[in-house]
Design a protein around this ligand. Structure first.
Ligand SMILES: [Zn+2]
Length: 270
């Protein structure tokens, strides 16, 4: 992180004289322009190259005939044991040392191996890329009056508060919640958001548990749990607590862990 910042600062040094600002002001300005979506900084620029081998190990010796390629692939496997499972950071210089060549050659070979579809090679980006995300605007829009700035700040704060409410919303359908926020009609639940899915799961647990109690007025927790699919099990303790609290059921045996408890139905469902 710190190294990343230092590199950003070093790159900024190139155009600091042109804008006549202190390096920290420029850095702060760039961070803000990024936050407000005016520019984007290439994030991968400070990371090393990455490689993933696509060739199955069993076919390695028969498929790769070129001896140089063979040496490189062996070096990759030796240096980076997980290279067949996912993208790993590599250092071309390390591979070059094993293969007794230089890193420029290794880069070329890795590109060739990628063309042959033997591996994926994402070379290191060693320059900082800054992309403008919006069309060039007139200079005077940057000269904001204080009132406008305060107004903008209040709006941003309100948005943040709404986002916090959204994140803390425990029960309502999240899509409905968003639509209401934009004063759009929101009559039905979406059925897809976290809360809709949770509600659907709880409804399923309820119907299964009720059915079991209708079949037999005495039920134990373990048996009820076995009637539920894996993704439903987690809702059972909560629902049992609800039934106990509303005195639909009571515990028959002595107190103990939920797992060992037996319950009896006390009054009809409604
Ligand atoms: Zn929903």
């Amino acid at each position: 992180m710190v190294r990343g910042y230092l590199n950003v600062l070093r790159c900024l040094g190139m155009f600091l004289p042109a804008v006549n600002l202190h390096v920290m002001e420029v850095q702060y300005g760039i961070a803000h322009l990024t936050r407000f979506g005016y520019i984007a900084l290439e994030e991968g620029w400070n990371k090393g190259s990455q490689v993933m081998l696509k060739l199955p190990f069993s076919t390695m010796d028969t498929a790769v005939l070129n001896p140089v390629f063979k040496t490189i692939i062996r070096a990759l496997l030796r240096l980076y044991p997980e290279i067949q499972q996912h993208l790993v950071r590599i250092q071309e210089t390390q591979i070059a040392a094993i293969c007794k060549t230089n890193s420029d050659n290794i880069k070329q070979y890795l590109n060739q191996l990628q063309k042959l579809d033997y591996l994926v090679y994402l070379p290191r980006q060693d320059k900082l890329f800054l992309t403008f995300l919006k069309p060039r605007a007139d200079g005077d829009i940057w000269d904001w009056p204080q009132a406008l700035y305060e107004n903008r700040k209040t709006q941003q704060y309100q948005r943040l508060c709404n986002m916090m409410l959204y994140l803390n919303e425990q029960h309502r359908c999240l899509q409905q919640y968003l639509l209401q926020l934009f004063s759009a009609p929101a009559d039905t639940s979406c059925g897809n958001c976290m809360h809709c899915k949770r509600n659907a799961h709880i409804q399923l647990v309820k119907s299964i548990v009720i059915k079991q109690f209708e079949l037999n007025k005495t039920q134990n927790f373990k048996y009820l749990r076995e009637q539920l699919d894996v993704e439903l099990e987690m809702y059972l303790p909560e629902y049992i607590q609800q039934l106990l609290a509303s005195e639909y059921i009571k515990i028959v045996n002595a107190e103990g862990p939920l797992e060992n408890l037996t319950f009896v139905l006390q009054r009809p469902w409604h």
